[in-house]
Design a protein around this ligand. Structure first.
Ligand SMILES: Cc1cc2nc3c(=O)[nH]c(=O)nc-3n(C[C@H](O)[C@H](O)[C@H](O)COP(=O)(O)OP(=O)(O)OC[C@H]3O[C@@H](n4cnc5c(N)ncnc54)[C@H](O)[C@@H]3O)c2cc1C
Length: 416
């Protein structure tokens, strides 16, 4: 027997944006008139994984410059929901927030589960019913109402808010099936590509797996530096990772997926890592000459032993093909070559399934399909779209969750 449910507002997807939408809708029209549908066994699985389990909920420096994609949507959501509004929203749920020295906001408990608990407890108090393990696989639009369905359940709603996420980290629930449902209804979206992901490279240095270094990452497109980020770089057996690599990955993935960078054609792109950005090449050469004297008969890799991680030094001397020489036999040309390698350690990004490891997706539904002032579909009345389904993605640092919460709240404020 098929379950039949009739409700005023159904929210499909209980991630960050869906939870925020459900709270706001229930506060406006009463919890009994709102249902929250989730295909996984529990709500908010991705939320629990955010910020390494700490949930970097937002950022003190929320502004448009940290976002990419559809400018009208970005402006409209941030206009209503900035730093103060986020603090107020969570304070009303009883969540205390702390800020780190870079302006990143975390729950005071440092546990993502506190954020989810505060949101879910509010939904329980409001009387919102949650339908978990309920994968919506068809959506039909009839006589001004929307019929959501799967094999066991039919749900007929006056308003539907789609908050199904995109395609990043599908193991946590979002696999772009929501965008597929809307595509069937004629709602188009810009092609997706991963952002905030590790980068797989042609050069694979297995020995570097687990090595961390502070450095500067530059993305070079047809000879021009198009992005530069400084910070911690993590090496793994497939390529490179770490926050500054994540922050360059949007451009790198755009190139890998479309052969463009910032929408313009790019023929060749590579990544250059400066492992000692605090030193000019000339200073580094003088230092290496000094170490050549000090290290004398020791293997070439020891010339960098006072400056870099041992495994990195070994890879770099091999990269320069000087690993078989003792330090004292290194010629002036070897010193120059090694200092260039330290300052310009090159990697060639290659295609991989970065959606699996990405934190967010670029692309999605834009303001040509939804009204930025209400987040209602321009084609289907009373159908709203929020969160990562929209063509907006942000930098690392809490910007993506902030947009998810803000857009969920905005959509719910506009239901009739
Ligand atoms: C590992 C990781 C760490 C991250 N850390 C941070 C961080 O610290 N700070 C930050 O700002 N951002 C972070 N992000 C990004 C952030 O989590 C996302 O941008 C945000 O969760 C998007 O929220 P959403 O509600 O749009 O989608 P999601 O959170 O993906 O939620 C969508 C929900 O919809 C459900 N669903 C999908 N299709 C259907 C369907 N057909 N029927 C029923 N249910 C469906 C899914 O199961 C899912 O629960 C991180 C992401 C990852 C993967």
């Amino acid at each position: 027997m098929m379950d039949k449910i009739v409700v005023n507002t159904a929210i499909v997807g209980s991630g960050a944006s869906g939870l925020a939408a459900a709270i706001t809708a229930a506060e406006r029209i009463g919890g009994k008139n709102v249902i929250l549908i989730e295909k996984q066994a529990k709500a908010g699985r991705k939320l629990l994984a955010t910020g390494n389990g700490r949930c970097n909920i937002s950022n003190k420096n929320i502004n448009k410059s940290h976002y990419y994609g559809d400018e009208k949507l970005i402006s409209s959501v941030l206009r209503d929901f900035g730093y103060n509004e986020l603090i107020r929203f969570f304070r009303e749920l009883g969540l205390l927030i702390r800020e780190d020295s870079d302006g990143r906001l975390y729950p005071y408990s440092n546990q993502a589960s506190t954020v989810l608990d505060c949101m879910r407890n509010r939904l329980i108090r409001l009387g919102v019913k949650e339908y978990c393990s309920c994968n919506i696989n068809t959506a039909e639009y009839k006589n001004g109402r929307i019929l959501l369905r799967n094999e066991e359940t039919e749900m007929l709603a006056e308003n539907v808010i789609f908050s199904c996420g995109s395609k990043a980290s599908p193991s946590l629930g979002s696999d772009s099936s929501g965008l597929g449902l809307l595509k069937n209804a004629g709602i188009r979206s810009a092609p997706l590509f991963p952002s905030l992901s590790p980068v797989e490279t042609k050069e694979k240095y297995k020995v570097l797996k687990g090595v961390r270094a502070k450095g500067r990452v530059s993305v070079i497109c047809d000879g021009n530096t198009v992005r530069q980020k400084q910070g911690e770089i993590q090496f793994n057996d497939k390529g490179i990772s770490g926050i500054c690599v994540f922050e360059c990955s949007r451009l790198i993935n755009e190139y890998l997926y479309f052969h463009t960078v910032f929408g313009k054609s790019c023929r060749k792109l590579y990544v250059s890592i400066d492992l000692m950005p605090d030193y000019y090449e000339k200073e580094l050469c003088s230092y290496l000459r000094l170490c050549r004297k000090i290290s004398d008969q020791q293997p070439a890799a020891d010339i960098l032993s006072g400056a870099l991680n041992k495994r990195l030094s070994e890879v770099l001397v091999k990269y320069c093909r000087i690993d078989k020489k003792p330090c004292r036999d290194l010629k002036e040309s070897d010193i120059m070559q090694l200092s260039t390698a330290v300052k310009n350690f090159c990697f060639t990004p290659v295609n991989s399934d970065s959606f699996k490891t990405a934190q967010v997706c670029a692309g999605g539904i834009g303001s040509d399909e939804v009204d930025p002032d209400t987040l209602m579909s321009r084609k289907i009345k009373n159908l709203y779209i929020c969160g990562e389904m929209l063509n907006v993605d942000g930098d690392c640092g809490g910007f993506n969750l902030h947009f998810a919460f803000g857009s969920g709240i905005k959509a719910a404020k506009n239901i009739k």
